[in-house]
Design a protein around this ligand. Structure first.
Ligand SMILES: [Zn+2]
Length: 68
């Protein structure tokens, strides 16, 4: 799974605030994610994040497609 800083992750389950999307602040063994609804930040293991992701929304996918 190809996840980069700045991407938004659409999760299978909603955060208690009702938002489904999380912004990726840091990637590594653990991901640091910020809820786009309430701004709550969490650290979760990469495996757990990947398991819960429904869709990766890359903000610059269109612009960077040719560079990568
Ligand atoms: Zn939230």
């Amino acid at each position: 799974m190809d996840i980069h800083i700045g991407d938004k992750l659409k999760m299978k389950k909603a955060h208690p605030c009702g938002a489904f999307e999380w912004e990726v602040l840091r990637v590594g063994i653990d991901f640091r994610l910020k809820c786009t609804g309430c701004g709550h930040m969490i650290m979760i293991p990469r495996k757990q994040a990947e398991k819960n992701v429904k869709q990766i929304i890359s903000p610059d996918a269109a612009n960077n497609a040719e560079k990568e």
